[in-house]
Design a protein around this ligand. Structure first.
Ligand SMILES: Nc1ncnc2c1ncn2[C@@H]1O[C@H](COP(=O)(O)OP(=O)(O)OP(=O)(O)O)[C@@H](O)[C@H]1O
Ligand SMILES: [Mg+2]
Length: 615
């Protein structure tokens, strides 16, 4: 290039450098000197790169902390402790973070290499968690301007390395080099205190299980080998308060590391033990299984499939992924209190899909493209396990936050289980509809009663009222009818009494191939049947029903049986349908043609409406 050509001959005017006021001074001096003297250029300008790498972009303080937990697990740790130590007063909190583990530790030479960017003992190895040589450094610096490392492979011989962004920014040598690790016989007080003194959160000290309570025996408690990553005076945290940070870390780590936690890993966050949380409810020893009063603790495995996925779109090479589809025990769990469903089981947390890479979760959330229907429930789960060789196919970034699946991978997964997800959800919806359409036994609903009560005010009578003799003959017929209209929890006699005393009766049925309602006029009774399988039910009837229940102060979801108070919209909607049913019954009468026409109207209207709602 012409400019480079020129520069090799001329000396550049360093005034072209227009650096920010906070830019590292050493870096500026080095770059100025190199420009001026036309000296050798290092691949990385350490003074500036280290500052830029602070912004690699972790979604959350928790995901940055996970990098250290990843490393600890990879180092074979059986105990890991995460600390978020808050000091100072409100408005002026100071937080130090640290991760301790009792893994294999690092020999001094390894420690030194590991401190360097790109320095890794498992670089490019896809079988474990680490493969980029970046995690520890970028994660630590994303929280604090200092990464302080302590690692030992024998008691009392602790090696220390420090990366200090400000100090490096001041360096004036062209290529920044890392010093030898320092050998210490004991930890500095501020680090040692992490293990000896309780954190301010959790507030209840009894909840905190310290590694080395009191002052003595710290060396012993730390174990024969291990590592501490200390991040003092964090200046970039997702939340200011330790309790919020701790709660988030616990919630996420419990799920992300559930396999390790279910095996032999012991993990503490601020001295409180983290129990594994399984969004698929398939682990027998996950936290939800310990809830009191759960008759069924596990979801049901519906299908487990191995699918060969190409490592790249055009590649011949494939690797297997395992897809498991689970169905939650809705029959048992739908009747639990809403609080238990929401807060303890976390059924509605939207973690329907969980993706794990080498046993560590990299994604939890919803994936709407997975299903062949437009709407799904919260009562199924998908778990996908993939090996590290498929990182590119699954779109795993260096900071291991989330996935970005390639199109052909999405297609492969959808082909494997899309239909089955739809089938399960239909089954669940049918169950929910059944529950929702349950009516109070032995008495008419408010809408049935209202329609009957105001019948005398209708312009056209419904039919000729039967004589007492006819009524008596009818009894036999009504007993037969009552059997078909019997509600859950009703005796034959109660059903008979109810039907006998009702002019209007609403029933429910679930049939994919049926119009959204049906009307029968039998023995002077107008019988309206609502089809819970038609989208009318899911899109309109059920939402209105729930809305009305909530307005009536009953926020318990689908499983709540209808009480006899039906405020506002659901009463009006029931009456809309009952008035239609009445009109249809009256017009059809004994008129064969009229009945045929009304039937065609009903079917065509239903189908048109179905297409409009779903296509
Ligand atoms: N807790 C630890 N115990 C023992 N060795 C560790 C620990 N943490 C890091 N190391 C060493 O430091 C190296 C660098 O860690 P770093 O997280 O930066 O990169 P990585 O784990 O190799 O790759 P990735 O960027 O994918 O995390 C690791 O390869 C490992 O050798
Ligand atoms: Mg790592």
């Amino acid at each position: 290039m012409a400019t480079t050509e020129q520069n090799t001959h001329d000396q550049t005017d360093v005034s072209i450098m227009n650096w920010g006021t906070d830019a590292p001074r050493g870096g500026k001096a080095v770059m100025g000197r190199i420009l001026k003297e036309n000296a050798t250029v290092p691949l990385f300008f350490g003074q500036t790169m280290i500052q830029s790498l602070r912004d690699v972009g972790y979604n959350h303080t928790t995901s940055a902390l996970c990098e250290h937990v990843d490393n600890a697990i990879q180092a074979g740790a059986t105990q890991i402790r995460v600390y978020l130590r808050q000091t100072g007063k409100k408005g002026n909190y100071q937080t130090d973070a640290a991760v301790y583990d009792n893994g294999c530790g690092m020999a001094p030479a390894v420690l030194r290499v590991a401190t360097s960017f790109g320095g890794s003992t498992t670089f490019g190895n896809r079988s474990g968690i680490g493969r980029f040589g970046m995690g520890m450094k970028t994660a630590a610096l994303s929280m604090s301007p200092v990464m302080d490392l302590y690692s030992w492979q024998e008691r009392g011989a602790i090696y220390n390395m420090t990366l200090d962004v400000d100090a490096i920014g001041k360096e004036r040598s062209n290529s920044v080099e890392l010093p030898e690790p320092t050998l210490l016989t004991e930890l500095p007080d501020e680090v040692a205190d992490l293990f000896k003194k309780p954190m301010i959160f959790p507030t209840d000290r009894n909840e905190q299980e310290l590694l080395a309570p009191g002052n003595d025996r710290l060396e012993e408690c730390l174990g024969p080998s291990g590592t501490i990553v200390y991040m003092p005076q964090c200046d970039r945290l997702t939340y200011a308060k330790a309790n919020t940070l701790v709660d988030h870390a616990v919630k996420e780590m419990a799920r992300v590391y559930r396999r390790a936690l279910g095996a032999r890993l012991v993990l503490f966050v601020n001295n409180r033990r983290v129990a594994p949380v399984d969004p698929t409810y398939s682990m027998p020893n996950a936290r939800h299984a310990r809830l009191e009063g759960l008759a069924v603790t596990q979801s049901r495995l519906i299908t487990s499939k191995q699918v060969a996925v190409r490592v790249a779109e055009k590649s011949e090479e494939t690797a297997p992924i395992t897809i498991k589809l689970y169905r939650l025990p809705i029959e048992e769990w739908s009747s639990l209190p809403r609080k238990t469903q929401r807060n303890d089981l976390k059924i509605f947390d939207d973690n329907t899909v969980s993706i794990l890479r080498n046993d560590r979760e990299v994604f939890a959330g919803t994936m709407t493209w997975l299903t062949t229907r437009h709407s799904v429930t919260h009562w199924y789960r998908v778990q996908i396990d993939f090996p590290g060789v498929l990182d590119e196919a699954f779109g795993v970034a260096a900071n291991k936050q989330g996935v970005r699946l390639k199109g052909y991978v999405e297609d492969a997964i959808k082909d494997a289980i899309g239909e089955e997800i739809t089938t399960i959800n239909d089954e669940i919806k049918r169950f929910q509809a059944q529950q929702a359409s349950r009516r109070e036994p032995a008495k008419p609903s408010a809408s049935e009663a209202k329609a009957a009560a105001v019948d005398p005010f209708q312009h056209h009578p419904l039919g000729v009222p039967p004589t007492p003799e006819e009524e008596a003959q009818l009894d036999q017929n009504l007993r037969g009818l009552a059997l078909t209209l019997k509600r859950d929890g009703e005796t034959d006699e109660q059903a008979f009494e109810r039907v006998k005393n009702s002019t209007y009766i609403i029933g429910f049925k679930h049939d994919e191939y049926w119009p959204f309602y049906d009307v029968k006029h039998r023995f002077g009774r107008v019988i309206l049947t609502i089809n819970t399988a038609h989208p009318f039910y899911e899109e309109l009837y059920d939402p209105v029903r729930k809305m009305s229940l909530q307005a009536g102060g009953d926020v318990d979801d689908v499983a709540a049986p209808r009480g006899d108070t039906q405020p506002g919209p659901i009463l009006a909607l029931d009456l809309l349908l009952l008035s239609l049913a009445r009109t249809q019954s009256r017009l059809a009468g004994n008129n064969q043609d009229g009945r045929g026409l009304l039937d065609v109207l009903r079917r065509e209207w239903s189908e048109t409406y179905r297409v409009q709602l779903t296509a």
